[in-house]
Design a protein around this ligand. Structure first.
Ligand code: FEO
Length: 399
């Protein structure tokens, strides 16, 4: 079976939908599957393929090319070396022996190191280079660190299209060629959180860089195409900005109910004060949702009991994840309980060196929380409210 869809004359979507994939990088849950988009650009003289697909979907891409009767491809543009876009390059190179694999120097180096392409088949592309296909000229835009050091974007001025690779994409398997904005928003935000957020300062620069381009369509390499570019560009500007929201993320784990009792009380205390709460029981939470919640929140409060004389490993996992994702979160604290002492506070705070967090005094109960512990939780909620008000006022004043 084949799946070939025309976007504009001479521009076809010929990638693959992966409805069944449920995990990426052996880490990130994909509740909605994903797609590996590949675009065929046919000029009057030459043909280019932008991005290949994961090796598991190589047959789908090759079948599409065969169904179209494509006998020659001049350029296979590898916008990014990660295997979900390059895994089928070997098959393509075999089928199209005269094609050049073109990409940034770093991308080509990686592809050769991965054993996906021979060095003599490669052609380096630099920022500002153009590839003329005859009536369609591809302009190369260097965009490192979205999320690897090798990425390029490709702008097709004649059709006002930007091919954005991972940037602006979403892990979403859908039959929609064009984004249903109400559906794609959460998938794109989750994708931003998992993949782009650690590189927020680079993302801002790339957004600025493409702001001068005349763009009708943004075609990422995962998820549907954006027929209204401003939808995703506005969302990215908001997510990558320095502004935070009046939200507290509460990842927690509880063994015998003491930490849970504190978290539940604290959540109510925050909500009563008008603060939005995102609560995650780490024994059964989707880490993608947790990552997504960190995009905007001003504060994170981790809940953990003491186990084996330290923080619970699931709480440490959440702290390691938050540290790696580098959200713009400003404040943090820890809630928990202990039976006979331990090092959980130092363990958690030392696990997050990347985050420039202001720490509120933790609230740690001995055994099941008592009245005094609940009062301290109210006090912590008051302190968070005061800081959030101050922050949001200064954000509003700066607008
Ligand atoms: Fe979709 Fe970074 O690969």
């Amino acid at each position: 079976m084949t799946l070939i869809r025309e976007i504009k004359p001479g521009i076809l979507s010929i990638g693959a939908i992966d409805w069944d994939r449920r995990l990426f990088d052996a880490l990130i849950p994909l509740p909605d599957g994903t797609s590996y988009n590949s675009y065929l650009i046919q000029g009057k003289e030459k043909i280019a393929l932008i991005d290949a697909v994961d090796s598991t979907k190589a047959d789908a891409l090759i079948d599409n090319l065969n169904a179209l009767g494509i006998e020659k491809i001049d350029y296979i543009i590898a916008q990014h070396a990660e295997q979900d876009h390059s895994g089928s390059l070997g098959r393509l190179a075999e089928q199209y022996p005269d094609s050049k694999v073109a990409g940034s120097a770093r991308c080509l180096e990686l592809l050769v190191e991965f054993g996906l392409v021979d060095k003599e088949r490669t052609q380096e592309l630099k920022d500002g280079d153009t590839i003329d296909l005859g009536g369609k000229s591809l302009q190369i835009i260097s965009a490192p660190w979205v999320h690897w050091p090798d990425t390029i974007l490709t702008y097709l001025a004649a059709d006002r299209m930007l091919f954005s690779c991972d940037f602006l994409g979403s892990h979403l398997a859908t039959s929609d060629l064009y984004a249903d904005e109400a559906v794609v928003y959460r998938a794109a935000k989750r994708y931003y959180a998992e993949i782009m957020m650690p590189f927020r300062q680079h993302i801002k620069k790339h957004l600025e860089r493409i702001s001068s381009l005349d763009i009708d369509l943004i075609a990422p390499s995962h998820g549907p195409i954006y027929a209204r570019p401003e939808f995703i560009l506005k969302a990215y500007r908001e997510w990558s900005s320095d502004e935070v929201k009046n939200q507290v993320v509460l990842p927690f784990v509880s063994m015998h109910g003491s930490t849970k009792a504190m978290i539940d009380y604290f959540a109510d205390s925050l909500i009563t004060r008008g603060i939005e709460v995102k609560r995650f029981d780490l024994t059964n939470s989707d880490i993608g949702s947790l990552a997504e919640s960190l995009v905007d929140a001003a504060t994170v409060v981790i809940g953990t009991p003491t186990v084996l004389s330290g923080a619970h490993p699931l709480a440490l996992y959440a702290a390691i994840l938050a540290n790696a994702l580098r959200p713009k979160t400003r404040y943090a604290s820890i809630i928990g309980s202990f039976g006979w002492g331990g090092r959980m506070l130092e363990q958690i705070t030392q696990t997050m060196p990347n985050l420039k967090l202001q720490l509120f005094d933790p609230v740690i109960a001995k055994g099941y929380p008592k009245e005094a512990d609940f009062r301290r939780l109210d006090q912590l909620a008051d302190e968070i409210l005061a800081k959030h008000r101050e922050l949001i006022q200064s954000q509003n004043a700066a607008k």
